[in-house]
Design a protein around this ligand. Sequence first.
Ligand SMILES: NC(=O)c1ccc[n+]([C@@H]2O[C@H](COP(=O)([O-])OP(=O)(O)OC[C@H]3O[C@@H](n4cnc5c(N)ncnc54)[C@H](O)[C@@H]3O)[C@@H](O)[C@H]2O)c1
Length: 247
Amino acid sequence: MLKGKVAIVTGGSRGIGYAVVEKFLANGASVVLCASREETAKKAVDQLKKINADYQVEGICPNLSNYDEVEAAFAKVKEKYGKIDILVNNAGISADKKLENYPAEEFKKIMDLNVTAIFNCTKAVVPYMKEAKSGVVLNTSSMVSKFGQPSGCGYPASKFAVNGLTISLARELGADGIRVNAVAPGVINTDMMKAVPEEYIAPIVRNIPLGRIGEPEDIANAFLFLASDLASYVSGAVLSVDGATLT
Ligand SMILES: NC(=O)c1ccc[n+]([C@@H]2O[C@H](COP(=O)([O-])OP(=O)(O)OC[C@H]3O[C@@H](n4cnc5c(N)ncnc54)[C@H](O)[C@@H]3O)[C@@H](O)[C@H]2O)c1
């Protein structure tokens, strides 16, 4: 479904991002994954090459919150591959703290990665996509962008902002042949969820009509659809992939 495409996936070394990288590779794309550390990038690339030695995959580690670093790193990708067809803005962090215990620096850290990094990465690839008159930008939102949550306000605030960027940039860039969409996962079985206290997870699972939490591959399948030509008339969407989780 993505034969010949070149994709960049942030937060691609583990969890949802890793599943997206694997899915894109299996569907014929060349993928550059962004990780925060060289060792984790290398580990992920080695793991993927073990699955299939022919996979075209490499890791890079720009500081996503720093526009100049992102621009320089993505320029190298463009130089090497000749184009960038797909950007998946997936890297994200959360913090579960009540407002009175929420350090201002932590709120800023969440915004820097979950929101500013999406701005930086998108701004850096869009000139190449405009030149090609086509491109796909996909963002990882969250079901908390519909519901909010009773603790850790920075995370849902950042994901509401992700939806805002998605819908606004879809409108701004559509005339250039660039589609912008988001996937809003429900509770997914990754390291991020391991940090969430069990007392929050159990009631959420009881509220999932499909009866289970999601797997990273459930989300990767949605990204594959949105990245592919099957979604050629889909832009500005925030696709819930949450087993119909109830509020
Ligand atoms: N797991 C869930 O239940 C769930 C639900 C909704 C949305 N999400 C979103 O999915 C995305 C991926 O999360 P995940 O569940 O795979 O979590 P995860 O913790 O396994 O992965 C997070 C990814 O972000 C990267 N990252 C973290 N800090 C970074 C930094 N400073 N610079 C660059 N990269 C950094 C990590 O390397 C990792 O690849 C996030 O945006 C998250 O908000 C997750």
